[in-house]
Design a protein around this ligand. Structure first.
Ligand SMILES: [Zn+2]
Ligand SMILES: [Zn+2]
Length: 320
């Protein structure tokens, strides 16, 4: 599989490349805004209707606005801000953008409780392991209140500002997670339905930084649905994939790689949502599985005992 560094070089349109240094066209009319930890995308052609897809963490709005002005003109405004789901690393700057342009924020109706102050996502599971698992001991779902601008995705399927794009429901990572797909040239904006970097295996991530990977483990609440969603995406046979995490990938072999991952991927070995999912409805969470045994206290205890034993041994040696 090739990384975006090996994408056929698509000539950047004048303006944005200098004003938004590292933004990059990954397909005609699709601009990737690299932001960490979660990326955003601008979709649309200059002079035509356009939209924002995902917005990164809070505080990214100025960068996105600056890129959008350079790309579409300083007085231009989008038809809407589209979210793949409501996690704060994707929806964090949505309110600031919607307020700036006075445009709606679109999200799947099953995500609405979590972005309107009605409910909080099921807790992040730090016991799934991997580097993200460790970070998750201090992470939590930051509540966002987008009430003034948010509305459910249009049921007609027509997405203002996103001509030729369709919504693909991809629940599992989050209750109402969606991806956006353009059939014409098979471009997929996948949010967290999958990643293009492995965050659950540090060695693998360092060895092969650009590769397809399952959703971020610690915040995925239903692994059976997550697998079904991957299979649904594989059926679309995307040729270009821009996800929320990892560098976008584009390659003719991508459909085969995705299909293989959808068939062969295994959820993490253990974790709170592995044996049973969190359950939700249109009002929020209805069931959260009990916590699983957390290996961290044991590891800390073992390290503590080892440290005390070493100190004792060193002191005894010094006194003898
Ligand atoms: Zn997420
Ligand atoms: Zn994310």
């Amino acid at each position: 599989m090739r990384s975006s560094a090996e994408l056929p070089d698509q000539k950047p349109e004048i303006g944005y490349a200098t004003q938004y240094g590292n933004a990059r066209t990954i397909a005609p009319g699709v601009l990737w805004l690299p932001m960490y930890p979660g990326h955003g995308y601008l979709v649309g052609e200059s002079g035509g209707p356009w939209a924002v897809v995902d917005t990164g963490i809070p505080g990214q709005s100025e960068r996105i606005i600056s890129a959008a002005k350079a790309r579409f003109g300083k007085d231009s405004r989008p038809e809407g801000v589209y979210l793949t789901h409501g996690h704060y690393d994707h929806a964090g700057s949505a309110l600031a953008l919607a307020a700036y342009w006075d445009v709606p924020i679109y999200i799947h109706k099953m995500e609405l409780p979590y972005v309107t102050g009605k409910a909080v996502y099921p807790p992040i599971d730090p016991t799934v392991g991997g580097p993200i698992g460790l970070v998750s001991y201090v992470a939590k779902h930051w509540p966002l209140d987008l009430r003034d601008y948010v509305r459910p995705l249009p049921e007609t399927g027509a997405l203002p500002g996103m001509t030729g794009w369709e919504v693909v429901p991809t629940p599992g990572h989050a209750p109402g997670h969606v991806s956006y797909f353009r059939k014409r040239d098979r471009v997929l904006l996948a949010g967290d339905a999958l990643m293009t970097v492995r965050l659950d295996h540090l060695w693998d991530a360092l060895r092969r930084p650009h590769q397809l990977a399952p959703p971020p483990p610690a915040s995925t609440i239903d692994w059976i649905m997550a697998r079904k969603s991957l299979q649904r995406l594989a059926e679309l046979q995307p040729r270009t994939i821009g996800a929320g995490h990892g560098i976008p990938l584009s390659d003719n072999n991508l459909p085969m790689s995705l299909e293989s991952m959808a068939i062969h991927f295994n959820p993490p070995f253990s974790g709170r949502y592995i044996c049973e999912p969190a359950l939700t409805d249109e009002n929020g969470v209805t069931y959260i599985p009990p916590k699983t045994a957390d290996p961290l206290p044991k590891i800390v205890a073992i390290l503590g005992v080892a440290a005390i034993a070493s100190l004792y041994y060193l002191r005894k040696k010094r006194n003898s």
